[in-house]
Design a protein around this ligand. Structure first.
Ligand SMILES: [Fe+2]
Ligand SMILES: [Fe+2]
Length: 247
């Protein structure tokens, strides 16, 4: 394990570390490092961009390994149908439940503090836009893409050809990943506008609650997109390509 982290300091991308070592995810969250959409960069570069000492991060990564994972599940080895169900039950359900609360908090803080803190209005606009985008995005995954992936996996056992209305699975996945980039960039902009979700000195409880809610929303989105971009989608593509090769 020591070798792994020594190598990680120089060459390994954040995304690869997140895949090989699931306990690293909460460490990346703690340090504000994006391991999903923005994860295709070496660890050193990610540290540089966030002004973090690489050794501090490496120590935290090594400590997390000793402490163990949160749900104990290594999704990289799970059946794809189970990953789809987990995403819908956990992350899609969270977004649907959390969005109305985020909107309410945004309205409240803008009404009370928008004049002295104009960035709040901009953050509110991002909340509205990303919320709308994500609701439509999740619908597409649940109605079209995830059922197709589940039937693709089942076809490995029963030989029945899965039916998709989009040609190759590469097509919807390309669209989903572009939408992930858009949501990821909206959340990254909210992080910048809010000074890493740090409320100003003396901020009221609603203000603090709003920034805390945004921080948790970002964390959930990163975990969600990591599961799709880095595990579910590449495995589904591999499965479809393997199936095509046997025809
Ligand atoms: Fe999703
Ligand atoms: Fe998605």
């Amino acid at each position: 394990m020591e070798d792994f982290f020594a190598m990680a300091a120089t060459q390994t991308t954040v995304r690869e570390i997140a895949l090989q070592q699931p306990t690293s995810i909460r460490v990346f969250e703690r340090f504000g490092i994006d391991y999903c959409c923005g994860g295709r960069k070496p660890l050193e570069q990610a540290c540089e961009e966030r002004a973090i000492d690489p050794q501090t991060l490496l120590d935290a990564l090594a400590e997390a390994v000793v402490a163990g994972g949160e749900d104990g599940r290594d999704w990289a080895k799970a059946p794809l149908g189970e990953i789809c169900n987990h995403i819908v039950d956990t992350h899609h359900a969270y977004i649907r439940a959390e969005l109305p609360r985020l909107r309410f908090l945004a309205q409240k803080v803008v009404a009370r503090h928008g004049e002295t803190h104009p960035e709040l209005k901009e953050i509110q606009q991002h909340v509205e836009a990303v919320g709308e985008e994500l609701l439509q995005h999740m619908q597409k995954e649940e109605v079209m893409l995830f059922p197709y992936i589940t039937s693709l996996e089942r076809s490995q056992e029963n030989g029945a050809r899965p039916v998709g209305c989009f040609g190759s699975i590469h097509n919807p996945i390309r669209v989903m990943m572009a939408e992930h980039d858009s949501a990821g960039s909206a959340v990254a902009q909210m992080r910048v506008l809010s000074g890493d979700f740090n409320p100003p000195e003396g901020a009221c409880p609603t203000y603090r609650g709003f920034y805390q809610a945004l921080l948790e929303f970002e964390m959930d989105l990163h975990q969600h997109v990591h599961l799709e971009n880095n595990i579910l989608f590449p495995n589904a593509i591999q499965m479809e390509d393997g199936e095509a090769a046997t025809l």
